[in-house]
Write a protein that binds this ligand. Structure first.
Ligand code: FEO
Length: 169
């Protein structure tokens, strides 16, 4: 059994993960519209990973005999201008998610819920990787600018990303 406070932050985290999937899908659609299909692929794969993140939380709440509460998912932002601006938004969003995950860790400690504290470590590690991935693309975009040949090569590079189902166990 989990405490109500831990259950609430876990349910809130489910919502943030599914919102993240929406946000990445909106970005993927934008990239598709401007013909950057590799960027579109990368963000679409990320959207699928975000759904996994939400589902892992969903399964965990049930495993702990808690109650799943699914809130409304907000519409994602759609004011996208160019690849650099989008990836800066991605980094900003992932930092927000990292803070939220840290709050789940902190709440589970306050509630002496060591199982949740252990469980959430997987997300803490995942957030380090997600922020680093976004930063990596930002660095490349800043280094090469929006010169067409380099953008083409980066697009080719991002087209190679493949979806692999995430599991924390
Ligand atoms: Fe599931 Fe991108 O955080």
């Amino acid at each position: 059994m989990i405490s109500e406070k831990v259950q609430n932050v876990l349910n809130s985290q489910i919502n943030k993960e599914f919102y993240s999937a929406y946000l990445y899908l909106a970005m993927s659609a934008f990239f598709d519209e401007i013909g950057l299909y590799g960027f579109a692929n990368w963000t679409k794969v990320q959207a699928r990973e975000e759904i996994d993140h939400g589902m892992i939380l969903f399964d965990y709440i049930i495993e702990r005999d808690g109650k799943v509460n699914l809130d409304k998912i907000d519409s994602p932002e759609r004011n996208f201008e160019n690849p650099l601006q989008v990836f800066e938004k991605i980094l900003e969003h992932e930092k927000f998610v990292t803070e939220s995950i840290n709050c789940v860790a902190s709440m589970s400690e306050d509630e002496c819920d060591l199982a949740t504290r252990h469980f959430i470590n997987w997300y803490i590690t995942e957030q380090v990787e997600e922020e680093a991935n976004a930063r990596d693309v930002i660095t490349k975009l800043k280094m090469f600018g929006d010169e067409k040949a380099s953008l083409y090569h980066l697009d080719q590079d991002l087209s190679k990303r493949e979806y692999k189902a995430h599991s924390y166990k």
